[in-house]
Design a protein around this ligand. Sequence first.
Ligand SMILES: Nc1ncnc2c1ncn2[C@@H]1O[C@H](COP(=O)(O)OP(=O)(O)OP(=O)(O)O)[C@@H](O)[C@H]1O
Length: 248
Amino acid sequence: MSNVAINIQNIAFNYPGNNNTFFRNFNLQIQKGERFGLFGPNGAGKTTLMNLMTGLLSVKAGRIQLLGQEIKGNNKQVNKLFGFVPQDFSFYQELSPVENLEFFGAWCGLNRQQIKLRTTLLLDVLGLADVSDKPVQQFSGGMKRRVNLAIGVIHNPAILFLDEPTVGVDVQTRHAIINYLLELNKNGTTLIYTSHQLSEAEGLCQQVAMIDEGKLIAHNSLSNLLTEHKQDGLEGLFLNLTGKNYRD
Ligand SMILES: Nc1ncnc2c1ncn2[C@@H]1O[C@H](COP(=O)(O)OP(=O)(O)OP(=O)(O)O)[C@@H](O)[C@H]1O
């Protein structure tokens, strides 16, 4: 049986009206069970690649497979394999955490009993049990981030994509989120994470890919990359690989 979680083969993509062709002949493989970090400067293409891997955008050439199944159109089978925690909040502000999880759980194909079990567990683990019936719009930024995460994992997916999952949160919520992600990974979930919080990323990611202007410029274990580039942290490695110039 294959150990590959995500197989990106020779993809090409560009946004309509944008002359920059992103990911020309771009290849990347991510193995099952990895804690994989995708890094790069502003505009490098991290969110675009996340959106291609989750089928929100479609490749112009090449193909992307998740656990051997091609991401193409609205393939319900593939959609069940992964969860996505996007950078922008993806829930209904006027609904409570319970109502949001009921909605997204049903959308993922869970039955009532499964939704109830998962909702109770997740709200408890993520410290939201006491506010489970309050509208999310009343919540702090950290609480909203935790609701966003709960929605992404409601169906207990094999692969979890996280686009800046801790942006704007306090230290307590950051710890709670990172510890929960480590726990999920210990139980087999493959994590695909992107962030500009490099010290946080050091504690989470074992495998690292660095991209710049849609090109893969490094891909290896974090420890190998640090040794190879004579760096003692991800920030130094990042500057060593991508330089100090602004990208805007
Ligand atoms: N909807 C869009 N239409 C046209 N161009 C876009 C669109 N979204 C992103 N781009 C362009 O695609 C490139 C990659 O953007 P993307 O958001 O994927 O980068 P990123 O690495 O996630 O950046 P950041 O760190 O700022 O979030 C940038 O040049 C951006 O301007």
